[in-house]
Structures are given as structure tokens and as C-alpha cells.
Design a protein around this ligand. Structure first.
Ligand SMILES: [Zn+2]
Length: 40
């Protein structure tokens, strides 16, 4: 599928986030970053 573990920790809980399409998803918090965010 199009999910991959990025190794980036969630800034809120430090859980490893998964990249789904262009969103970074925390298993606890849901979408944390989105490709629409410009701070990358
Ligand atoms: Zn989190």
C-alpha cells in the first residue's frame, strides 16, 4: 500500500509517524503534518 514508516517521530508523543500520500500520520494523533503545510 502507500503507507510507509518515515522514522520521523510525532512532535506530540514521539511515536513513529507513517507517511500516507503526502500526509504524516501519527497512530495516536492522526494527521500531524500535511503536504499543504509549508514549513518543511
Ligand atoms: Zn502523536
Amino acid at each position: 500500500m502507500s503507507e510507509e514508516v518515515t522514522g520521523r517521530p510525532c512532535p506530540l508523543c514521539e511515536e513513529g509517524m507513517v507517511r500516507r500520500h503526502c500526509k504524516y500520520v501519527c497512530p495516536r494523533h492522526g494527521v500531524v503534518y500535511d503536504c499543504a503545510d509549508t514549513f518543511w
